[in-house]
Design a protein around this ligand. Structure first.
Ligand SMILES: Cc1cc2nc3c(=O)[nH]c(=O)nc-3n(C[C@H](O)[C@H](O)[C@H](O)COP(=O)(O)OP(=O)(O)OC[C@H]3O[C@@H](n4cnc5c(N)ncnc54)[C@H](O)[C@@H]3O)c2cc1C
Length: 303
């Protein structure tokens, strides 16, 4: 996600250093945008970066930071000024996760995983050379990145895989002695989600073609985010219904190495409950779907 921002707003030294390392996966990144009290209202973020010679001293807290426990670097929104509108005093800063003063605290989620974290920053020294673009102009970078992030969240490829799995399972599960794929109501629902997915795919391809012509995704990416995540959640719901009661047992330990107990019900039922719970996140992250509707109303429809 950070690569397009470095390409668009970074200086030559930053591009030469970071881009090859992103391409080779040498550096893993996490996203330090959200804070307690600054999620939907992101511009109210409070993490401060105060200039001190060639460095900034950063103090504050980020939250919901996906995979911060594995990341080498965090692209971060920090407040460098409290003058004017809240959006004006924000800067886009790259922070080495091994810097002294950073601590990461995992948040256990409903599905049994720990993919999100709290990140605490106490007197963290960050070179000014890590600032992307101009000081106090980070909001422009932040919005540019979110356009790309929301296009990516549409995740058509992943949903195609899930759809294939759903069809396979619906073919194996019986309803009234016949495969579920022959149940008219159920197969209509599968067809409905497949039609939505095909329509989404064509709009995503159009967005990517525009990007290749030099037009980055704008507020229209909010539509891709809403539709993509509705499809993702819809697929987990249909999978749950297809499998029936065997989808309900919740055995997160089954994902741990060494787990060798017999599954409850068919093999394919086992990961369903954690997957279903995990995908509730999709309508929240990248900016909640309610907020995407607000963006569309204001920026696309001009209401
Ligand atoms: C699994 C997961 C991973 C995440 N990963 C990251 C990450 O790596 N980095 C990062 O920075 N953040 C991350 N986030 C945070 C995510 O971006 C925020 O959770 C999201 O923006 C919502 O903010 P909030 O949680 O503070 O909820 P709030 O802003 O408190 O919102 C609570 C509810 O109120 C609704 N609401 C709020 N304001 C309005 C309004 N004006 N109109 C209508 N409805 C409104 C919201 O839609 C939501 O339903 C992640 C979140 C999740 C769940």
């Amino acid at each position: 996600m950070v690569a397009p921002v470095i390409m668009a707003f970074g200086n030559e030294a930053q591009k030469a250093h970071y881009l090859p390392r992103i391409l080779s996966s040498e550096d893993w990144w996490c996203q330090g945008y959200s804070e307690p009290g600054a999620g939907s209202d992101l511009a109210s973020l409070k993490t401060r970066a105060i200039a001190d010679g060639e460095d900034y001293i950063v103090n504050g807290q980020k939250t919901w930071t996906t995979y911060a426990q594995y990341a080498d670097l965090m692209f971060t929104l920090v407040r460098t000024s409290t003058e004017g509108k809240p959006q004006v005093g924000i800067s886009f800063l790259l922070i080495d996760m091994n810097s002294p003063g950073i601590s990461v605290n995992p948040i256990r989620t409903f599905d049994g995983g720990a993919e999100v974290n709290e990140v605490f920053l106490t007197d963290v020294r960050v070179p000014k050379a890590n600032l992307i673009g101009e000081e106090n102009k980070g909001w422009t970078c932040a919005k540019f990145l979110l356009g790309h992030e929301r296009t990516g969240i549409a995740a058509v490829g992943r949903s195609k895989k899930q759809l294939a799995k759903l069809k396979e399972i619906a073919g194996a599960e019986l309803s009234g002695g016949r495969p579920l794929t022959e149940d008219r109501r159920f197969s209509e629902r599968i067809a409905g989600i497949e039609i939505d997915l095909l329509a989404l795919e064509s709009v995503v391809l159009e967005t990517l073609a525009e990007e290749a012509r030099g037009n980055p995704p704008g507020p229209g990416s909010s539509l891709l985010k809403i539709k993509g995540t509705e499809i993702q959640q819809g697929l987990t719901e249909l999978l749950f219904e297809a499998i029936g009661p065997y989808a309900a047992p919740y055995v997160p330990e089954a994902f741990e190495p060494g787990w060798n107990e017999a599954p409850i019900g068919p093999d394919y039922a086992m990961p369903l409950a954690p997957t279903y719970f995990n995908w509730r996140k999709a309508s929240i992250y990248g900016g909640s779907n309610e907020i995407q509707k607000n963006i569309i109303a204001k920026m696309v429809l001009g209401l």
